[in-house]
Design a binder for this molecule. Structure first.
Ligand SMILES: C[S@@+](CC[C@H](N)C(=O)[O-])C[C@H]1O[C@@H](n2cnc3c(N)ncnc32)[C@H](O)[C@@H]1O
Length: 213
C-alpha cells in the first residue's frame, strides 16, 4: 500500500511526466477531460471566465472569435455580452468539444454563435471582421504557433484585440516572453497585461502593418 508520502510523490512524478510529454508534443486536450476545463479553474483568479471577460470590455454588436473554445466556458458569456446584434465564432479542432458548446448554447437559448470545426492554422476565417479574439490555454496545444497567430491577426479588424491567457498548471503552458515574441512577429503589439508569471492574460492589439524583420 502506498504511504502518505508515496502517493503525493507518485502524483507529482506523473504530473511532471505528463507536462514533459505535453511540451514535446502539442496534443489537444482530450474531450473526456473537458470537465476539468469546465471547472473554471479553482487555482487562480486570472483564468476565470468572468475575469477574462471583464478585461475584454465587450460591447453589444461586437464579433468575438473564441479559438479553441473547448466546452464553451467563455463562448457562452461572450455571446451574452455581445447580444443579439453581435456574434461569437466558436472554433475548435475537436467535434466533441464543439458539440458540448452547442448543447449548452441551445439549453441557454443563445442563437448568436457560429460553430467552426477547424484547426486554427488552416481555418478559412473571414478577414478583418473580429473585434476580439480569445486564446485561453490553447496556444501550447497548437504545433505551429506562428501560423496560428498570423491566422488570428488576419481575422481581426485593425485595432482589434487578441486576449491570450496562460496558466502554469496547464501542461502546455507558454511563457509571456515567447508569446509576445511570436505575436510581435505576426504583427501584434502588447496592449495590456494582467496577472503574474504563474497565470496571466496578455492583450495584443492588431497593429496596422506587419513589422519588417
Ligand atoms: C485546454 S482547452 C481550453 C478551452 C477553452 N479555451 C477554455 O479555456 O475553457 C484547449 C482547447 O483548444 C483546442 N485546440 C487545440 N489545438 C487546436 C487547434 N490547432 N485549432 C483549434 N482548436 C484547438 C482543443 O481541442 C481544446 O478544446
Amino acid at each position: 500500500m502506498l504511504s502518505a508520502i508515496g502517493l503525493p510523490a507518485l502524483l507529482i512524478v506523473a504530473g511532471l511526466i505528463w507536462r514533459y510529454a505535453s511540451q514535446r508534443q502539442s496534443l489537444p486536450c482530450p474531450v473526456w477531460l473537458r470537465w476539468l476545463v469546465e471547472m473554471d479553474n479553482p487555482f487562480t483568479r486570472t483564468n476565470r471566465a468572468a475575469v477574462i471577460l471583464q478585461h475584454l470590455r465587450l460591447q453589444p454588436g461586437m464579433t468575438v472569435l473564441d479559438i479553441g473554445c473547448g466546452p464553451g466556458r467563455l463562448t457562452l458569456p461572450c455571446a451574452r455580452a455581445v447580444g443579439t446584434t453581435g456574434r461569437v465564432l466558436a472554433l475548435d479542432i475537436q467535434a466533441g468539444m464543439l458539440q458540448r458548446t452547442r448543447d449548452k448554447a441551445r439549453h441557454a437559448g443563445l442563437t448568436n454563435i457560429d460553430f467552426i470545426e477547424a484547426d486554427i492554422t488552416a481555418a478559412a476565417l473571414p478577414p478583418n471582421q473580429a473585434d476580439r479574439a480569445l486564446l485561453v490555454t490553447v496556444l501550447g496545444e497548437v504545433p505551429d504557433r506562428p501560423a496560428a497567430l498570423r491566422a488570428v491577426h488576419a481575422a481581426l479588424k485593425p485595432g482589434g484585440l487578441l486576449s491570450v491567457t496562460e496558466i502554469i498548471f496547464d501542461p502546455h503552458f507558454q511563457r509571456r516572453s515567447s508569446v509576445l515574441r511570436e505575436a510581435t512577429a505576426a504583427g501584434f503589439r502588447q496592449a495590456g497585461f494582467f496577472g503574474n508569471a504563474i497565470a496571466y492574460t496578455l492583450h495584443l492589439e492588431k497593429a496596422e502593418s506587419i513589422p519588417v524583420s
